[in-house]
Design a protein around this ligand. Structure first.
Ligand code: FAD
Length: 468
């Protein structure tokens, strides 16, 4: 028998970044919150996304550093990889973060339910199929945050042996000698970079004319060149039709009649929203053909009091966008009239080697949007800190609106590639979102010696004067 429904200020379905951010932020504002998770708190990001992927990429970075230790006068010998140890370290970090998140939610007195949550008319949410048993809840407000799962493509059914998605790749106990990565987006490039560093011969196949869509062309060209120098073959404008498994390898057939033999195919063609777990029958919540829940600029669905956030909606599929949406929902619940999120200015970080980070428009996108632009490119080549670290390939490119006098005005976008740029994006993000001008940013002092001097120099160059 289902116990009498308990009422909450906010019932959240899905314990990934969007769901848990709303829970933590809402609870800290005094809301009575229920959070329902059917698998593991932390969602894709913590278990099969950001955290494990970046841990493996850091292993690759350590390998690169040790391989070059001799240049610094450190005799470390020739490194080799014990991927089992790598996996154990990754899991330890994931487990520690999961325990921390669970403890934090409990301390904030968020009521946790283990099971699948479904939404019914009247903001009734039923929980079933998990350790919490059959439970019925009602919410003054409900947030749908069920996230996403990897997309697959016909002819490449995931078998865990020859064909994997990110879900399986992140738990491999050994790396293959050869791999074909289908899809040259952020995740595909991160995997290609990590595997190549650790000794796998990698080919990236991308159907579009370039890898890393959304990045400025100058940045993409530099990544493609750097990949090719490290032996990663990038083939663009290529389609795949299927694969024929043999004993130890499989043969991937390309649209142009060619083929590639490989030990492993990594399908990395994006993710699809997971709306089918949510019930929704009899509610006004609208779902598109692609599975996204339709929302307005405050994440409100067509069902009164029901919101949706994170990968479930058609906004950039990033953990920090999920955090921002979760917090926006709480502010709306509290009647605080929140500002909508500027989705065209959110930060993007890609942790391949060289790293990529950007916020705002690329030069191509700015021109397409009708802006008359002026740009500055500053390279890491002569930067002291980058030389000390031994990693000085890359550039910062600033795209600014051209003023009537021909000079640079408002900064529309900053696109970076090179050492530690994911850690340097912060001030570029602020500049773009604060709608700062190049002259304003050029006033700020950059600490020396740091890699962030390259951003400062690029801003200065836009004012017509520079140091280097
Ligand atoms: P999810 O994280 O998918 O969480 C949804 C949760 O809801 C899941 O735990 C699921 O079990 C649960 N659920 C689903 N249906 C129900 C139901 N009916 N009842 C109860 N629970 C349910 N983003 C970044 O910002 N930076 C990165 O570096 C980055 N790297 C990535 C690397 C990889 C390999 C991948 C795959 C993704 C990466 N992402 C990254 C994207 C990021 O992981 C997602 O954008 C983020 O996890 C989305 O958060 P979410 O809360 O919307 O959904």
């Amino acid at each position: 028998m289902v116990p009498t429904a308990e009422n909450f200020d906010l019932v959240i379905i899905g314990g990934g970044p969007a769901g848990y951010a709303a829970a933590l932020y809402g609870a800290s504002a005094g809301l009575h919150i229920a959070l329902i998770e059917r698998a593991k708190l932390g969602g894709t990001c913590l278990h099969v996304g950001c955290i494990p992927a970046k841990e493996l990429l850091e292993t690759a970075a350590v390998y690169r550093t040790v391989s070059r230790a001799g240049e610094f006068g450190i005799n470390a010998g020739s490194p080799s990889v014990d991927f089992g140890v790598t996996q154990a370290r990754k899991q330890q970090i994931v487990d520690q973060l999961t325990t921390g998140l669970t403890g934090l939610l409990k301390r904030r007195t968020v009521t946790l339910f283990d099971g699948t949550g479904t939404l019914h008319p009247g903001r009734v949410v039923r929980v079933s199929g998990g350790a919490s048993g059959e439970v019925e809840l009602t919410g003054d407000h409900v947030l749908l945050a069920s996230g996403s799962v990897p997309r697959t493509i016909p002819g490449f059914e995931v078998d865990g042996r020859f064909v994997v998605t990110s879900d399986e790749l992140l738990s491999l106990q050994t790396l293959p000698a050869t791999a074909v990565v289908i899809g040259g987006g952020a995740i595909g490039c991160e995997f290609a970079s990590m595997m190549a560093d650790l000794g796998t011969e990698v080919t990236v196949l991308e159907a579009l004319p370039k890898i890393l869509p959304g990045c400025d062309d100058d940045i993409t060209k530099l990544v493609t060149r750097a990949f090719s120098k490290r032996g990663i073959e990038v083939r663009t404008g290529v389609t795949v039709t299927g694969h024929t498994p043999g004993e130890k390898t499989t043969v991937v057939a390309l649209g142009d009649g060619q083929s590639i033999e490989t030990e492993l195919v990594v399908v990395s063609v994006g993710r699809r929203p997971l709306s089918e777990t949510l019930g929704l029958e009899g509610t006004a919540v609208e779902v598109t053909e692609r599975g996204h829940v339709v929302v307005d600029e405050r994440c409100r669905t067509a069902e009164p009091g029901v919101y949706a956030a994170g990968d479930l909606i058609a906004t950039p599929a990033l953990a920090h966008v999920g955090f921002a949406e979760g917090m926006l929902v709480v502010k709306d619940v509290l009647g605080e009239d929140p500002l909508p999120i500027a989705y065209d200015r959110v930060p993007w970080c890609i942790y391949c080697h060289p790293e990529v980070a950007f916020a705002g428009l690329s030069e191509e996108a700015a021109k397409e949007a009708g802006y008359d632009v002026v740009t500055a490119k500053q390279r890491y080549g002569g930067n002291g800190r980058a030389m000390i670290v031994g990693d000085n390939e890359g550039m910062v490119k600033i795209i600014a609106e051209r003023n009537a006098d021909g000079g640079a005005g408002q900064i529309l976008g900053v696109h970076m590639v090179g050492p530690w740029v994911t850690e340097q994006l912060g001030q570029a993000y602020l500049a773009v979102n604060w709608e700062a001008t190049a002259a304003e940013v050029a006033q700020f002092i950059q600490p020396h010696p740091t890699m962030s001097e390259v951003f400062g120099e690029a801003a200065m160059a836009l004012t017509g004067r520079s140091l280097h």
